[in-house]
Ligand binder design. Structure first.
Ligand SMILES: NC(=O)c1ccc[n+]([C@@H]2O[C@H](COP(=O)([O-])OP(=O)(O)OC[C@H]3O[C@@H](n4cnc5c(N)ncnc54)[C@H](O)[C@@H]3O)[C@@H](O)[C@H]2O)c1
Ligand SMILES: [Zn+2]
Length: 364
């Protein structure tokens, strides 16, 4: 499946299918590669997929350089960006060459940031290898590293020239990472596509349980990626409809921050945040009880997070105030007006915010 994304820097394609990594070597120009290629990957992905990609590119006469960073969020730092800049300089890459980000969202954000800044911008091809990266982080052009005072604070918009989403790479994904990505899939369906949500009601156990085949994944990834592509094409800079994708993220991010970024995966926090959003939507009279029940039935399929030290109500409230989605003291909040119909509340009243935090802490 091929999805088109519009961006200020021009349109680009997101290709989704099994076995696509081979196309990078078979038809480099056709996948957006030009000049030499720096394959940026992490320590987990290199032995699983990175060495193979390097060998294929070398076999095609492309003289690739492979740069590896440690796995995990801890690599989205200026120090790792510096190490990658150094690698690019030492390998002699310059304008006209290509950065290939092969990995999850961490590699995509970090390699993308390096591509955005090195020589004032190198071509970037995303080859996402986690479900989250295939349906979410590789689409939309945001690249960033973290700062000690907050996540994703130092970054840019640097759209890729192509996204090559090879769903076969999901075969090696650990189960927790599968559910992590599925939280974003369910979220996207909830705000935009009731039909996809209906399919997930039946398919979620097989997808999360590792019983889906490549074709099954290609369908789910393709449809979710197409929905995200539509929103970011309409609203690249996130001033309007793109904000719908923050369903579950206001409270979710606050929980991640209040638990010290670590014990909860992002997806686990977003599932709790979506429960809070459903409760708020019901309370506002915008979502009916039957739809709320169907959503809860799907969310209850997600494995329960490992027990975490429960943050206090005040800690969560304080983290909410620091969130990027808060401006001038107002908390923007995504609610549901039905399954497949998200809506943005520009300023959620304090009383409902308190209610959302209560519900989130109850379901933790
Ligand atoms: N730019 C955006 O628009 C955007 C959107 C959402 C999230 N993000 C960012 O994405 C990051 C999270 O991404 P993520 O969830 O992909 O995390 P990640 O990149 O850390 O990957 C998760 C884990 O899976 C491993 N892995 C990756 N692919 C694998 C494979 N095929 N087989 C086995 N293991 C594999 C990784 O080594 C890592 O240990 C965060 O930093 C977040 O801020 C960015
Ligand atoms: Zn998310």
């Amino acid at each position: 499946m091929r999805v088109t994304v519009q961006s200020r820097a021009g349109a680009y394609f997101v290709d989704i299918a099994p076995g696509l990594l081979a196309s990078l070597a078979e038809d480099p120009a056709g996948t957006g590669i030009s000049g030499r290629v720096a394959v940026v990957t992490d320590a987990n992905v290199r032995p699983l997929w990175g060495d193979r990609v390097r060998a294929m590119l070398a076999g095609a006469g492309l003289d690739p350089v492979l740069l590896e960073v440690p796995a995990g969020e801890g690599s989205k730092t200026l120090a790792q960006a510096d190490a990658l800049w150094t690698g690019l300089i030492q390998a002699g890459l310059g304008r006209g060459d290509t950065v290939l980000a092969l990995g999850g969202g961490v590699v995509g954000d970090l390699a993308g940031f390096v591509a955005a800044t090195y020589h004032r911008g190198l071509r970037l091809v995303h080859a996402p290898t986690t479900l989250l990266a295939q349906v979410d982080s590789s689409i939309g052009g945001k690249v960033a590293i973290d700062h000690r005072l907050g996540k994703n604070l130092i970054g840019a918009f640097h759209p890729p020239v192509r996204v090559v989403a090879d769903v076969s790479t999901l075969r090696t994904l650990p189960v927790r990472e599968r559910w992590n990505g599925l939280a974003e899939v369910v979220k996207t369906a909830l705000v935009l596509d009731g039909e996809l949500f209906g399919e997930l009601e039946a398919a979620l156990p097989a997808l999360g349980g590792g019983r889906a085949d490549d074709e099954g994944w290609a369908g789910v990834v393709g449809r979710t990626a197409a929905l995200k592509a539509r929103l970011v094409s309409e609203d690249e800079l996130e001033r309007g409809p793109r904000m719908l994708l923050n369903l579950g993220h206001t409270v979710g991010h606050a929980l991640e921050a209040a638990t010290g970024h670590g014990p909860l995966t992002h997806g686990e926090a977003v599932v709790v945040g979506m429960r809070a959003a459903v409760a708020v939507s019901e309370r506002l009279g915008r979502l009916g009880p039957e739809e709320a029940r169907r959503i809860e039935a799907v969310l209850s399929r997600f494995p329960r997070p490992l027990p975490v030290p429960r943050p206090s109500w005040d800690e969560v409230r304080a983290a909410l105030g620091r969130d990027k989605k808060a401006s001038a003291g107002k908390i923007r909040y995504v609610i549901l007006e039905g399954i497949g119909r998200g809506a943005i509340e520009p300023s959620l009243p304090e009383e409902l915010l308190a209610f959302a935090i209560d519900r989130a802490l109850e379901s933790l």
